[in-house]
Write a protein of this length. Structure first.
Length: 206
């Protein structure tokens, strides 16, 4: 699984969320779930390798980089918006941009490259961030590159506990970036896992 490190020259921090109940996978530790011989979270960690500061929010048994800042949303299990808020406040010397990734996106490397390329090509002085969409144009909030100052204000202005990601980002001027392929597909079910296993290794016997 490759990386988007240094792509487009954008300076960014990264917040990777590893929480979540994985209920449709039987309650497994989703970040540690094996995919092609690697923990699922590795794709997001590799995609964020170019980050100045890497924050991992939540608990997982998957091995994490030694440089990662580990933290937990408060209260635990209070949702991805609360996790993102906690991740932001854990960065002491913030970069101008913050990458937000879930732990369950095998195509994170391709997704991050598209976001960084969009930020390099767009009028970045006029927008608050770039968010990848699904094939139907719906924003995938946990595949986003956000202007740090803007999302810090959004977090300060909201009670992030149990807040939806859509509600957290209401009012921000965000550029929606269309995917080139399945890079936005996350893994929520065993059918998703099987589909990604086939994409990554089409010769593997079923």
């Amino acid at each position: 699984m490759d990386t988007a490190a240094g792509q487009a020259g954008t300076s960014f921090d990264a917040v990777v969320l590893v929480g979540g109940r994985g209920s449709r996978l039987g309650g497994v530790d989703k970040a540690a779930l094996d995919l092609g011989g690697h923990p699922l979270v590795d794709a997001s960690l590799n995609a964020a390798r170019g980050a100045r500061t890497l924050v991992v929010v939540g608990r997982t048994s998957a091995p994490l980089p030694s440089r990662a800042v580990l933290t937990q949303e408060e209260p635990a299990g209070s949702g991805p918006a609360a996790g993102f808020a906690r991740g932001l406040t854990s960065i002491t010397d913030p970069a101008s941009w913050t990458l937000l990734l879930g732990c369950d996106v095998p195509g994170a490397g391709d997704a991050v490259r598209r976001l960084l390329n969009a930020s390099a090509a767009g009028a970045v002085a006029d927008v608050d961030g770039f968010v990848l969409t699904d094939a139907d144009g719906r924003a995938q909030w946990m595949l986003g590159l956000y202007r740090t100052a803007s999302v810090r204000v959004a977090v300060d202005a909201s009670a992030a506990t149990n807040l939806s990601m859509r509600a957290l980002f209401t009012g921000l001027d965000l550029v929606l970036v269309r995917p080139a392929g399945p890079e936005w597909h996350d893994i929520d079910t065993w059918a998703d896992h099987a589909a990604w296993t086939e994409r990554l290794d089409p010769q593997r016997p079923a």
